[in-house]
Each structure stands twice: as C-alpha cells, then as structure tokens.
Design a protein around this ligand. Structure first.
Ligand SMILES: [Cu+2]
Length: 188
C-alpha cells in the first residue's frame, strides 16, 4: 500500500507541474482575423471613402491575438494603397457602413470621463487605444503592430478605420488623424 500511495503522489505532482508550465502559453481567447478588399459600397467586405487616397481594391487585414499575459497584439496589413505615404489607423467602437462616421470614436479601454474629452492624451494614447499608423512602401504595402496591456471585455472595438494623416498626440488633438479613408469591420 505504501508504494502505491507514493506513486500516486508523484503522478499528481507531475501533472501539477505540467499545468503550471502550460498555462502562460495558452491563449485566453482565440485569435481574430479579418481581411477584405475595399470598395465604395462595401460589397467586397471593406470600404474606401476616398478612392484617390485609398484605392478601390486595396486590401486591409487585421489580426488580434490575446496571449495569456493579458495583453492584446493587433496587426494591420495594407496592400495596394498609395505608395510611400503615411496613414493613420485605429480600432473604433462600431462596425463600418458606407457612412464614414458610423464607426464612431476610438475604442478606449478606459473611457474618458465626464469633464475630459476624446482628445485628452491621458485617454487618447497608444496604451489606452489601439493605434495602427503605418507608412507604405514603393508597392503601396505597409504593416503596423500595436501591443496594449489589456484585452477587450464586454466593451469591444468593432472596426479598424484608416485615416489620411499620422495620429496626433498633443492635448486637444490627441488621437485625431484627419479624414476617414477606409474601414474594415473586425470581430475583436
Ligand atoms: Cu481612427
């Protein structure tokens, strides 16, 4: 009996050790992917609101990964946009429609409180929002990656909007990036 009980203890300890090792590597939530080419009416899955600045057929691809450490890793790939230019981009609170403003404001993990504003850098910053600015190469392709120290809960972003300018950071304009050029709905 003694020998048997001891064997069980060893097995239990081994299983416990394995569980401890495995936990940090496991994703809390499955990764999310969305990809679509832009069109004016959105029938291709994504919108362009200004084909001169974001051509019809440009491809927007977003990936979100939620590792066990509680962070979110979001990437944006743009293909077939205007070559060698800067675009701003962010996660927004609502899904895309043919109306550029329908995607709403930026998703803020901690929403700005009453008395503050959407452009207060204490809330409009790349740790509290998901900023995905990028510069395209000679072929009009570019990539951005954002790592934020939180994961969306009940409130979740629902789209990525591409803007005409790099994202501003000054008080009163933080988070702004000019006109909305395109939009991809993403099931974050
Ligand atoms: Cu935006």
């Amino acid at each position: 009996m003694k020998l048997s009980s001891r064997s069980l203890t060893v097995v239990a300890a081994t299983a416990g050790a394995l569980a401890v090792v495995a936990a940090p590597a496991a994703a809390v939530t499955a990764p999310v992917r969305a990809t679509a080419a832009t069109s004016v009416d959105g029938s291709s899955g994504a919108f362009t609101y200004d084909p001169t600045q974001l051509p019809v057929g440009a491809r927007l691809s977003v990936t979100a990964v939620y590792p066990g450490n509680g962070s979110s890793i979001v990437t944006l790939h743009v293909k077939g946009a205007v070559a060698n230019r800067d675009y701003g981009a962010h996660a927004h609170v609502a899904a895309c429609t043919s109306s550029p403003l329908a995607a709403g404001g930026h998703f803020q993990f901690t929403p700005f409180p009453a008395g503050s504003s959407a452009t207060d850098p204490a809330y409009a910053n790349p740790s509290n929002e998901v900023w995905l600015d990028l510069r395209t190469d000679d072929d009009g392709n570019g990539t951005a990656k954002a790592v934020v120290p939180w994961q969306p809960g009940e409130r979740r972003p629902m789209s990525v909007v591409v803007h005409a300018m790099p994202t501003a950071t000054a008080p009163g304009s933080a988070g702004t990036a000019g006109a909305r050029l395109g939009c991809l709905s993403v099931g974050f």
